[in-house]
Design a protein around this ligand. Structure first.
Ligand SMILES: Nc1ccn([C@@H]2O[C@H](COP(=O)(O)OP(=O)(O)OP(=O)(O)O)[C@@H](O)[C@H]2O)c(=O)n1
Ligand SMILES: C[C@](O)(CO)[C@H](O)COP(=O)(O)O
Length: 241
């Protein structure tokens, strides 16, 4: 933590590495790598990278990809003219492992590491910048939207609890952290075998506070085929407005 604040003082703002998690199996998409599927002619991963590339708070991009996709991902960065320094590294068996392996490759100056899902192509540069700014003063930040549905906790199909909706948020990416904190938290989570679905959870396990910024309902994750259709519709609406 001390080194983070030192880097922040020395450089006005900390050097920020953006990890893009792109080493998944796309199993819920039901065939093909979703990250290369086009939305209005531009592949999902390219859209994500183009948004990140516009954010002045981000200094380098590290993409975790499956071994067999490393060349394709490097070519995609060239084709779409990504201008920030980019490294493509081999991902792991789980999302956490992919992020941890990439975090080990971050530039030694990095005071902050942000983590973006490769499959959130409608993320905006403004949302990214806000999360990074918040993490620079809190050490851990993530965008979230209040849930609209009533959420049930159930076991074997039977409801066991109904948490108060005012306390519930759907968290998105990018999630941004002090670099040393994130590496330590992911290492600890991986060693303990904890199964986590986001990076904040690893930091929460360390007893650290995570601060929420305003998420965007349009920052959807492309998970199943219908999400491609929804994303196309959102883009069309953005173009018309
Ligand atoms: N071992 C893994 C698993 C996931 N991811 C990435 O983490 C993001 C969020 O994961 P998810 O949406 O679950 O993607 P997949 O794991 O590819 O999807 P599925 O669970 O349907 O296989 C994706 O950009 C995915 O490529 C990763 O980098 N490494
Ligand atoms: C990190 C995440 O996008 C936050 O909403 C989400 O938890 C990833 O989940 P997945 O199961 O890897 O799709």
């Amino acid at each position: 933590m001390k080194s983070f604040f030192k880097k922040f003082r020395d450089a006005q703002r900390p050097f920020c590495t953006m990890i893009v998690a792109a080493a998944g199996a796309s199993s819920r998409m039901g065939g093909g790598n979703k990250l290369f599927m086009p939305i209005d002619g531009i592949p999902v991963l390219a859209r994500t990278l183009l948004a990140i590339d516009q954010v002045s708070h981000v200094d380098e991009i590290l993409i975790a990809a499956r071994e067999e996709d490393i060349l394709t991902v490097s070519d995609l960065c060239k084709t779409f003219g990504i201008s920030k320094p980019v490294k493509v590294v081999r991902g792991g068996a789980s999302r956490e492992e992919s992020v941890y392996l990439a975090a080990l490759e971050a530039d030694s100056q990095a005071g902050l590491i942000a983590v973006q899902d490769g499959d959130r192509p409608l993320v905006t540069p403004e949302l990214i910048a806000e999360v990074v700014r918040k993490a620079a003063v809190t050490a851990a930040a993530a965008p979230a939207v209040a849930v609209k549905d009533t959420i049930k906790v159930a076991q074997e199909g039977v409801v066991v609890d109904t948490p108060r909706r005012e306390t519930l948020y759907a968290v998105q990416t990018p999630q941004a952290f002090d670099a040393d904190l994130l590496r330590a938290a992911l290492q600890s989570a991986l060693q303990s075998g904890a199964e986590l679905t986001d990076d904040c959870s690893a930091v929460e396990r360390m007893g650290k506070q995570v601060f929420l910024t305003e998420g965007d309902p349009e920052n959807l994750k492309i998970t199943t085929p219908v999400d491609l259709t929804i994303a196309e519709a959102i883009l069309q609406e953005r173009e018309e407005s």
